[in-house]
Design a protein around this ligand. Structure first.
Ligand code: ADP
Length: 607
């Protein structure tokens, strides 16, 4: 029930549109039902042996609604001749269908806004929510899951919410309307017919709850497909290099097949609802016809031809809304399952949030200090076990150590990609958790090993996030990053669109572009994870020079792999197993012949 209320809250902004749509739907339904009333005089006009004459109208009351109505129709016909009555009826019929359809279309017209509006809003909210989640959330599996939330779960919610709103103003009024007509014409018969309805209802709810369960499996399956797809397409280069296409195709086939199987199961059972309802309804209708027929044949019935046809017509007409109602129940079941998953994502508490009264930091003047910092990821053991370190303004500080020692984790704590588990990190004496995340990250430029470029122009990649960027500054940044030369040689210069993740560029070019991006941002603090993969000598020199330009006049924390960076560093922290084991300059550290640094240095540079 809480979920239904939550969905309704998202429909609220569209209440005017939905209101008009529902009203139009209701009016259209009324016109549809009114056409039925026309049947009685139609039949009686054409097939009665005696044409009606004027009769006294009985007192109006609920009890004699039928007599009153029939006399009114009778007198209406009596006041004109048979042929004119037929003409009037024909015109009325066309008019009613015209208005029925006019209002039906009005309904669709307004509903479209509500329908697409809720999809748009939910997708937007989800995407905004995802942007607040901490980095640790985005594993491959979760990426697939999140994509399928945005694409298909939202669609499910929409389908069911809209189906419910539509159905609510279309089906129940019809069901009620026809029920009234049936009761007025012959209440005993109608009562009998209705005894069968609970049976149908029971079967339908059973199907709906099953569909709901299965639809959960279906959505999980979509999530897995998306994950396989995303991973496979993003690593096409590796896939081709390792000739693992068949392996990847098999992975995809497995997920695709599992989706197929689940979908077929759901389709088969959810589509059971309409035929079951219809068969049961036909059974009811046949029993009624049989009863009525017997009565008419034996002369016990006072029904006119028109009433008889109207009764049967109303019964048959009622099947349609009953059938739709059954379908709506299934759609609702699927939608609820989708909503549960979507709201599940919405309800994740973002880890890294601004504290109340968090301060905005505008500049960095003194130092960043690690004060006995301990850290562990959600899963797993302690990665940092009491780190003390200091990075003074203007310094280049290098972090070195064996793979898995905790270097990346350590530098990730500075822009608060994660928060320390124990201890503090201070920026100019302020605990970084007391600063707004936005202003803190605003001070930092980050260049990672994986140079991520967006599938857009070189210009937009350098001035990332700034649509109205200053071309002169972009050019300056590119020059400082040694990228200008190759950029102007590309087809459209700064307006050249680079392919997905920059595949049209060489490794060194990609690195220089991402360095240009950092230079363009011009942050006081630089966090640099130097690429381990070696480039060809010429490229290497260009990148090295670009990095030097980038570090110029900034405070840099570098996970260092290049000898030149290490030699230039004001201080080196040697990390091993989550601890600082040695500190000093390159020269100082090399003095300790048996130290870890000397060992690493000799290994890495084969000296
Ligand atoms: P380094 O950069 O020195 O190679 P990392 O900081 O990447 O080391 O990793 C340190 C340890 O933390 C490793 O044991 C690694 O498996 C673990 N680790 C790294 N990232 C995560 C993560 N997102 N979740 C769980 N454990 C992680």
């Amino acid at each position: 029930m809480k979920i239904v209320l939550r969905i309704l809250r998202h429909l609220l902004p569209y209440k005017v549109h939905l209101g008009i749509a529902s009203l139009a739907m209701f009016i259209s339904t009324l016109f549809n039902m009114a056409t039925m009333v026309l049947i009685i005089p139609f039949i009686d006009t054409l097939f009665s042996k005696e044409y009606p004459t004027l009769q006294p109208v009985p007192e109006f009351s609920l009890g004699n609604l039928k007599d009153w109505g029939l006399t009114q129709i009778n007198n209406g016909m009596a006041s004109t001749d048979q042929s004119t009555a037929l003409q009037i009826l024909c015109v009325l019929l066309v008019g009613m269908f015209f208005f029925k359809n006019l209002f039906a279309y009005t309904q669709t017209w307004f509903m479209a806004i509500g329908e697409q509006g809720i999809i748009r809003d939910l997708r937007q909210m989800l995407y905004e929510k995802m942007n607040t989640l901490s980095l640790s959330y985005f594993t491959e599996e979760k990426k697939g899951m999140l994509m399928s939330r945005i694409i298909s779960d939202v669609q499910l919610i929409n389908n069911s919410a809209i189906a419910a709103v539509n159905s609510f103003f279309r089906d129940p009024p019809q069901i009620i309307g026809y029920t009234v007509v049936l009761f007025v014409i012959d209440w005993q018969l109608t009562l009998m017919a209705f005894l069968l309805i609970p049976t149908t209802g029971f079967i339908l709810t059973k199907i709906a709850s099953w569909v709901r369960r299965e639809s959960g499996l279906l959505q999980e399956s979509i999530a897995r497909i998306t994950a396989v797809l995303d991973e496979g397409l993003s690593s096409m280069r590796i896939v081709k290099a390792f000739r693992t296409e068949k392996f990847e195709i098999a992975k995809f086939r497995k997920e695709n097949q599992s989706y197929f199987r689940t979908f077929v199961r759901i389709k088969r059972s959810s589509e059971l609802a309409p035929p079951i309802t219809e068969t049961l309804s036909v059974l009811v209708v046949v029993i009624i016809i049989w009863f009525m027929g017997e009565n008419i044949l034996s002369g016990n019935s006072s029904m006119t031809n028109g009433l008889f046809v109207a009764y049967i017509f109303a019964l048959l007409q009622m099947m349609q809304p009953l059938k739709y109602f059954g379908q709506t129940m299934n759609q609702l079941a699927q939608g609820m399952a989708g909503a549960q998953r979507v709201f599940g994502v919405m309800d994740i508490e973002p880890r890294i949030v601004d504290r109340p009264n968090a301060a905005t930091v505008e500049s960095f003047t003194d130092r960043i200090s690690f004060d006995n910092v301990r850290f562990h990821y959600d899963t797993g053991d302690e990665v940092l076990s009491g780190i003390n370190a200091e990075i003074r303004a203007g310094e280049v500080v290098a972090v070195v150590g064996p793979s898995g020692a905790g270097k990346s984790t350590m530098v990730d704590l500075v822009p608060r990609f994660f928060d320390v588990t124990e201890g503090r990190i201070l920026l100019d004496g302020m605990d970084i958790r007391d600063l707004t995340v936005e202003s803190l990250r605003g001070l930092m430029g980050i260049v990672t090993q994986e140079t991520f470029l967006f599938n857009t122009t070189i210009r937009e990649n350098i001035a990332y996030g700034e649509p109205e960027a200053d071309m002169e500054r972009i050019r300056e940044a590119a020059k400082a990053a040694n990228a200008h030369e190759f950029i102007i040689e590309t087809e459209n210069g700064y307006d050249t669109v680079i392919g997905d993740r920059g595949v049209k560029l060489s490794g060194g070019q990609r690195q220089r572009l991402s360095i240009a991006r950092a230079i363009y941002k011009n942050p006081p603090i630089l966090i640099l994870d130097e690429a381990t993969s070696s480039l060809d000598t010429e490229s290497e020199l260009l990148v090295q020079k670009a990095i030097e330009n980038l570090m110029e006049g900034r405070t840099s924390i570098v996970i260092a792999h290049r000898l030149s960076t290490i030699q230039k560093a004001d201080r080196i922290y040697v990390i091993d197993d989550g601890r600082v084991v040695e500190t000093g300059t390159h020269r100082e550290l090399l003095e300790n012949q048996s130290g870890l640094y000397t060992k690493l240095y000799q290994m890495q540079f084969q000296l």
